[in-house]
Ligand binder design. Structure first.
Ligand code: ADP
Ligand code: ASP
Ligand code: MG
Length: 391
């Protein structure tokens, strides 16, 4: 007997038929003699719809109330899935994040899991019940409902797998695994048999939303092997693990991120310390900075550009405006009409030439990113995929 964690994303539970499809997968796994913990996301576009409803009422609502609102999506899903499982004649119980023991930081809308205390889950499993847990949510030390950030249910699943030492963690979604590019965008994209944590982490961070990047980070930390597979087609998926055969490949995938903005600070005094101080301020606000470019100094000043997540534009303005005025920089420009295209591959570590093929590139050992006009993003992904995988 094994303990298996199965996670189903929003499209996998989008309507009644899909809910029963998931109930069938779960109860088949249970009927084979396994303990099963299921993590589900909100149905279809529910989270987007809830966010839109909140915006309509108050675009400046507190993050606490926004969390209270969006967490409702997952509550609906766990109840519906549990009802379907009951109907199939199996014992089941649904649990909200706090009931399942998800203790998080109080950083509303992007809370971090501090620990999972799965006592209740264990008790329910001992009663031979299938346990259906609401993904994406937890509770802060102040007893407030929190959410983990968009796509956070993947992380909920991995966290349970880690806390309970599960034998297997399966992430079911609407594609058959991890591909060399988004299969919806690049029809020739190939399904990968396996991929290393490091490559998957880069791909996820750079825009391949098939797995949330925090979930991969956590899987790597606790050495949880993940399987990404389809809830609709019964076929082997992609295994995410420490080392993979794919490492012999130069490039494992192409990713697109359109949720980025370019920030340019014009006319920063060209003296040591200013840039450092600026980035310290940005990181203190929990804003992740990626591609960084500095112009060559002219007339004792230089320009510094960097990319940030699109939803941090207001935060970055708020945190830099005053500093920029104080140091006498000329201007703070924000461009939202950009997209970041990246290639990822462990093989690049030993092939320095790849980076030089791309213009104005920001590099780590296993990725290269470029910033381009948003309108060209899809064409760029297709062209780069062709170059590296189809020639
Ligand atoms: P879920 O609702 O199951 O969490 P998501 O929409 O978050 O599903 O993620 C699955 C989607 O990720 C796919 O439908 C696909 O369009 C997209 N995707 C982007 N890049 C990749 C990739 N490299 N491999 C597979 N899917 C990808
Ligand atoms: N429902 C949440 C979202 O749409 C969490 C998730 O899908 O993982 O972001
Ligand atoms: Mg997802």
């Amino acid at each position: 007997m094994s303990l298996i964690v199965q996670k189903f994303g929003g499209s996998s539970v989008a309507n009644a038929e899909r809910v029963f499809n998931v109930a069938k997968i779960v109860t088949d796994t249970y009927a084979q003699g396994n303990d099963v913990v299921v993590v589900v996301s909100a149905q279809g576009d529910t989270t987007d719809d809830l966010i839109a409803k909140g915006q309509e009422i108050n675009p400046n609502a507190s993050k606490r109330e926004r969390d209270m609102l969006v967490a409702a999506g997952e509550q609906v899903s766990i109840a519906l899935l549990s009802m379907a499982i009951e109907k199939l004649g199996f014992p089941v119980v649904s649990l909200l994040g706090w009931q399942a023991g998800f203790q998080t930081s109080s950083a509303h809308t992007s809370a971090r899991i501090r620990r999972v205390v799965p006592n209740r889950i264990r008790k329910e499993l001992d009663k031979k019940r299938i346990v259906v847990v609401a993904g994406f949510q937890g509770v802060s030390r102040y007893d407030d409902i929190t959410t983990l950030g968009r796509g956070g249910s993947d992380t909920s699943a991995v966290a349970i797998a880690a806390a309970m030492h599960a034998d297997l963690c399966q992430i079911f979604t609407d594609v058959e695994g991890v591909y060399t590019a988004d299969p919806r965008l690049v029809p020739n994209a190939r399904k990968l048999k396996d991929i290393s944590y490091d490559e998957m982490l880069e791909l996820a961070t750079l825009g391949a939303q098939v797995l949330n990047n925090r979930s991969v980070e956590m899987a790597k930390k606790y050495n949880i092997e993940l399987e990404v597979l389809s809830s609709l087609v019964r076929a082997p998926g992609t295994i995410v693990k420490e080392k993979s055969k794919m490492e012999k490949m130069l490039i494992s995938g192409v990713a697109k991120d359109t949720d980025v903005a370019r920030v340019s600070v014009i006319g920063v005094p060209d003296e040591p310390g200013f840039a450092f101080k600026m980035f310290s301020k940005v990181s203190a606000k929990n804003i992740n900075v990626d591609i960084i470019l500095q112009s060559i100094g002219r007339d004792g000043t230089k320009d510094i550009s960097f990319t940030i997540p699109l939803d941090k534009v207001d935060d970055v303005k708020e945190c830099l405006q005053e500093y920029i005025e104080n140091i006498g920089a000329k201007d703070l420009l924000i461009g939202t009409d950009v997209a970041k295209i990246s290639i990822v591959g462990a093989g690049m570590e030993s092939h320095a030439g790849v980076a030089t093929k791309m213009f104005e590139a920001a590099t780590s050992e296993i990725k290269v990113s470029v910033l381009i006009n948003k309108k060209d993003a899809d064409r760029a992904v297709t062209a780069i995929h062709e170059k590296f995988f189809e020639e």
